[in-house]
Design a protein around this ligand. Structure first.
Ligand code: MTE
Length: 304
């Protein structure tokens, strides 16, 4: 790609000391792994100031939303182990030069992978800072070739009710679906995550591959992706199918637009303790400088 996003945290900033000391050993161990084993960390471009400490692995993997495994925040950690994540492939279809069923391990071998650390705060029900590992979605789209008619990118989660018991319930229209406008998908902050804290993703966080879009509410960051479709029309998305008034297509973090049933003007970082003061939610989750230009001239109250 022409330019790359500079990570805003260094490995030392986001990693507990004990893990940092073991990093070299762990990294060497991981290099032998296929799908999850994206080697090493990118420590370049890390001179910027850091204000947030990351959440612990226990926090990140113990308090999740993954409705395929139940609607409670503790359910995914309890039940997501049932999901078989290897082998895994992602079907890429629609307006794409090279459509196909891409094996994840082949894909990862083909991609030139550089590990980065992303600062991420999910404000929908909580807020976390997570050191993701993965690659830019733009790199994948470049690899498969985007046809010029493409305006949107649609994503789908695996449909496998035998292993995902929540899919036997009808609180969502399965499979889970999400979508981005093409320019959002090509933004270097949109990443495909395959790991966190230097390890393969825990199943409850969306193994083996999930989307992370840090300037949008958490539900856009779809987990365990098996299909990516390049489209001319705006795709339908699970939450806007379930409740179009409450959930729009864009879902940019916006303290000025309340969810019909609750205010989104403030958030509380998970792990900061229940007595922690709520902090004001920042437009675009604090990434306004990077992404506000994507929406220039758009009425963000209407396109929520
Ligand atoms: N993806 C799928 N397939 N199913 C889900 O229920 N929940 C979403 C999103 N991706 C969800 C999903 C919501 S509401 C949030 S807040 C994030 O995943 C949570 O990601 P985390 O558990 O890694 O913090």
């Amino acid at each position: 790609m022409a330019y790359r996003y500079k990570s805003d945290l260094s490995i030392r900033d986001v990693t507990p000391e004990s893990f940092f000391i073991n990093r070299r050993k762990l990294t060497l161990g991981f290099s032998a792994m296929a799908a999850g084993g994206l080697v090493g960390f990118n420590t370049a471009n890390s001179e910027e100031a850091v204000t947030e400490t990351p959440n612990t692995l226990e926090e990140i993997s113990g308090y999740n939303n993954y409705y395929e495994f139940g609607t409670g925040k503790g359910d995914p950690a309890k039940y997501a182990g049932a999901l078989t994540t290897e082998p895994w492939s992602v079907k890429i279809d629609g307006m794409v030069e090279n459509p196909g069923e891409y094996s994840l391990s082949d894909l990862l071998k083909k991609m030139v992978l550089e590990d980065r650390i992303y600062r991420f705060r999910c404000v929908e029900a909580w807020s976390m800072v997570i050191p993701w590992r993965g690659f830019e979605l733009a790199d994948l789209l470049e690899f498969v070739g985007v046809k010029k008619e493409t305006k949107y990118v649609a994503f789908e989660t695996l449909l496998r009710p035998e292993e995902m018991w929540g899919q036997k319930k009808n609180y969502l229209d399965w499979p889970y679906r999400e979508g981005l406008r093409l320019d959002e998908a090509l933004h270097p902050l949109s990443i495909m995550a395959t790991g966190l804290y230097g390890k393969a993703l825990p199943n409850q966080n969306g193994a083996p591959i999930r989307l992370v879009v840090p300037w949008k509410y958490g539900f856009k960051s779809i987990k365990s992706i098996v299909r990516i479709t390049l489209m001319e029309e705006q795709p339908r998305t699970s939450w806007s199918i379930a409740n179009p008034r409450e959930y729009g297509f864009y879902s940019n973090v916006n303290p000025a637009v309340d969810h019909p049933r609750w205010s989104q003007a403030s958030e509380r970082k998970i792990g900061s303790g229940f007595v922690a003061k709520r902090q004001p939610t920042l437009p675009f989750n604090g990434y306004g400088k990077e992404v506000a230009s994507l929406y220039e001239g758009m009425d963000l109250q209407a396109f929520y």
